[in-house]
Design a protein around this ligand. Structure first.
Ligand code: GLN
Ligand code: ZN
Length: 766
């Protein structure tokens, strides 16, 4: 039984990679120094995995920015415009693709970036031209192999990792509509075969080809491509010593297994994710039973931070061994460990009972070793693991029966507003007396350096609570004044007290904690520190109400209260694994509801519950969407339905793909939804129009992701366009997301243009 790993976090134990890259970009260090940092991180990761007795060590899982971009460089998928400035070295070319490039003569935008399946990791989207040629351009993979060879003194244990050809094409995009990216399969296979051939000639015994798209619902075209590609690859390498481990993760592959049936005898090894889809094991085993295929079972959760339950993993291992024999079984985490923090050792402030139950990347590698020892008879390891997990089953740090009971006891009344939307709308319009096309913003205003310094001083206890609150209040007063001067209709308090929209709530809710060093790569040098939901979640005191009320006390205009929704809090955290996800979501929802009700009681008449993560939480396979929407929509309803008709509930989502979820968005029944639509030039409103979306909408008319200042005329035209699609009285005018990343200079001009455009629209279109 071999133990292996699909990939290790590459940011360094203390985000050394982030620091080095940012220093390199700023011109503070040279390329040699940057490379040294990379080399040190790789060495550390490899040594750890070697020391932990892994039988196969992943290689080429390191990346200076993104592993998809690495592959684009490896096989020469480089859009022409990045080749024009003559860079001194391939790294500068690489970073210009990732981040754009600006100097006197050149102004080249960065390539597109998007989410890696349903994770919070973002990759750089490959861009193909019709005549795309692929050829070996970067030598990174080969260099890293040599590096690891020096450490191991042999190439036997080296397992280079590459995204497979079909997933790579799938993840990319065509630069025009004259062709389909899958047309490129023949071309791309040539270069893959060349790469694998080269690896084989270097005595490499294993290669890992990741084809995560096998976990998706695939079209016939994509299925044909998979079949075509792997028939060719397997047949070509049938007589070689190199073994190909075909991996998939994030969901099951049993629906797509039949694609491999006809060349079944050529397959060396496949890896399946038994965390996301444990039920596929039986089907996969029976499929491969009569062959020589080696099965790698992903039994350690690479997407969460809890200790493995050895007893459950053992069942899967034993079943596999009994079915196909020990020689044909490998064990591993389900996916790359990229999505978890590196080492639990650095966490100093987590309650020891909770910490005992946790496991970061390094601990997960050690768990593989433990599992092997148990198989070999070390029963005490198993007993110890079970007792740690069982100890917590009754612990009152985690469990609170009152909260549990409340989260289950949901009556219809709790999840429904008193009246339907049209009645509520009448009451709200009467109570607020807002003009046509009311203007507002999404919540945050620029987070200046001054604000960050003050928040940091407070966190580090260099500023007392009283002083801190005084400062924040000052910022709030100023931002209220600025919004009044700009002439906005519905004001916000600016969110100056928040570092991050989820972390802020996690620090105030019972049952959640934040880590000291639990960094996970989000994209490039950007890392996030997801909070951990470890116990029953509740709220013991007001979280935002005092700030919002302070803001309201400074103006006669309406101030909108600002909350993060339950689905987003859950999705951007590590979630406990000892109860079902819906129950955890409902607990968070009840806590948010309590805050909503407190805001209402304190006289706040408009409350926004942000759910930017609702869409990304969608399961990869459509068959699982129903279950997801059941609990996610219900959670939103719990959070938002405790108020009277006159209180207006807003929600905000910052993306523009609503085509396949419009019905569910409508089911949320928020009085107002603000969305992103400026980039698509309001095209997305077509779907709201076709669906006859009944409630009010604020289509974002200012793209806050760009420093560009939209002109008054441009905004007016967007409003005009929006009024072709939607009833005018339902339209709000707002930017498409929070303004915290923009400068005050940009915000003042843009919002000024926005308000003026709305005023003109009232006259011309009203
Ligand atoms: N209210 C938040 C803000 O304005 C929303 C952020 C988001 O949608 N990501 O910053
Ligand atoms: Zn947003």
């Amino acid at each position: 039984m071999l133990k292996h790993n699909l990939g290790f976090p590459r940011i360094g134990r203390h985000r050394e990679l982030k620091i080095a890259c940012e220093n390199y970009w700023a011109g503070h260090i040279d390329l040699i120094t940057l490379f040294e940092v990379g080399k040190k991180i790789r060495k550390e990761n490899w040594n750890f995995q070697i020391k932990s007795n892994l039988d196969l060590i992943p290689c080429n899982d390191f990346s200076f920015y993104d592993h998809v971009l690495d592959l684009s460089l490896l096989i020469g998928t480089i859009p022409e415009k990045y080749l024009n400035p003559k860079f001194d070295n391939k790294m500068d070319l690489y970073f210009s693709m990732a981040r754009g490039y600006q100097n006197n003569n050149f102004d080249i935008k960065a390539m597109d970036m998007t989410k890696w399946f349903n994770t919070n990791y973002h990759y750089i989207v490959p861009e193909f031209i019709k005549e795309q040629k692929f050829f070996i351009y970067s030598k990174k993979i080969f260099d890293e192999i040599e590096e690891l060879k020096l450490i191991l003194n042999s190439s036997d244990k080296i397992k280079p990792v590459l995204i497979g050809p079909v997933s790579y094409l799938y993840l990319g995009k065509e630069n025009d509509t004259s062709f389909n990216k899958m047309d490129l399969i023949e071309n791309i296979l040539t270069v893959y075969i060349e790469i694998i051939d080269t690896l084989s000639s270097k005595n490499i015994k294993w290669i890992q080809l990741d084809e995560p798209i096998l976990s998706l619902d695939l079209s016939d075209r994509e299925k044909n491509c998979i079949q075509y590609a792997y028939r060719k690859i397997y047949k070509y390498f049938n007589n070689h010593d190199i073994k190909i481990l075909l991996t998939s993760y994030f969901d099951g592959i049993s629906e797509n297994l039949y694609l491999f049936e006809e060349f079944f005898t050529y397959i060396d090894a496949i890896h399946i994710d038994l965390i996301e889809d444990p039920n596929q094991l039986d089907k996969v085993l029976s499929f491969i039973k009569e062959s020589n295929i080696i099965l790698s079972i992903g039994i350690i959760d690479g997407r969460n931070i809890w200790k493995n339950k050895y007893i459950n993993s053992l069942k899967k291992i034993e079943k596999s061994i009994n079915s196909i024999g020990e020689d044909r079984v490998m064990i591993a985490p389900n996916c790359s460990l990229l999505h978890v923090p590196i080492d639990l050792k650095y966490e100093k402030s987590i309650h020891i009972n909770i910490k005992n139950k946790m496991s970061f990347a390094r601990q997960k590698i050690e768990e593989l070793n433990d599992l092997e020892k148990i198989i070999k008879g070390k029963n005490n390891i198993l007993l110890n693991n079970s007792s740690i997990i069982n100890d917590l089953k009754k612990s009152n740090i985690i469990h609170n029966n009152k909260i549990k009971k409340r989260s289950y006891d949901i009556s219809d009344k709790d999840i429904k507003r008193i009246s339907n939307f049209s009645k509520r709308q009448k009451k709200q319009h009467k109570a607020f007396n807002l003009p046509l096309f009311p203007t507002t913003t999404i919540g945050s205003f620029p987070q200046t350096k001054e604000i960050r310094i003050i928040r940091n001083k407070f966190i580090k206890k260099k500023l007392c609570k009283k002083e801190y609150e005084k400062k924040i209040k000052q910022f709030i007063s100023e931002v209220i004044k600025k919004q009044e001067d700009l002439g906005l209709d519905v004001l916000v308090h600016g969110e100056f007290e928040r570092n991050d929209m989820v972390e802020f709530f996690s620090e105030k809710l019972n049952g959640m904690l934040s880590t000291n060093n639990g960094w996970v790569q989000s994209y490039g040098s950007r890392c996030v520190k997801p909070p951990i939901i470890y116990g029953d979640v509740s709220r013991s005191e007001k979280i935002t109400t005092n700030w919002i009320c302070y803001a309201q006390s400074k103006t006669k205009k309406l101030v909108k209260g600002m909350l993060t929704g339950p689905v987003t809090i859950l999705k951007w955290s590590f979630v406990r694994d000892d109860q079902s996800i819906d129950q955890t979501a409902y607990q968070i929802a009840w806590a948010i509801r309590d805050e909503v009700i407190d805001l209402e009681k304190s006289g706040i008449k408009i409350i926004q519950i942000d759910e930017p993560a609702l869409r990304e939480g969608l399961p990869l396979k459509k068959k699982n969407w129903g279950g997801y929407f059941n609990w996610s929509i219900r959670s939103f309803h719990i959070a938002s339905s405790g108020v009277k008709d006159e209180t207006q509930i807003h929600t905000h989502m910052c993306y523009s793909e609503f085509n396949d979820i419009i019905k569910q968005i409508s089911n949320l029944d928020a009085d107002v939804i603000t969305i992103e639509s400026s980039r698509s030039n309001m095209e997305l409103l077509k779907i709201f129009s076709r669906f006859s979306y009944p409630n009010e909408i604020g289509p974002g008319i200012y793209d806050i992701h760009s420093p560009r200042i939209p002109t008054e005329k441009e905004i007016f035209n967007l409003i005009k366009k929006a009024s072709n699609f939607l009833p005018k009285r339902n339209i709000w005018i707002n930017p498409d997301c929070g303004l915290k990343t923009r400068t005050w200079n940009e915000v003042l001009q843009s919002i000024n243009n926005m308000v003026k455009a709305a005023k003109i629209a009232r006259i011309k279109l009203g």
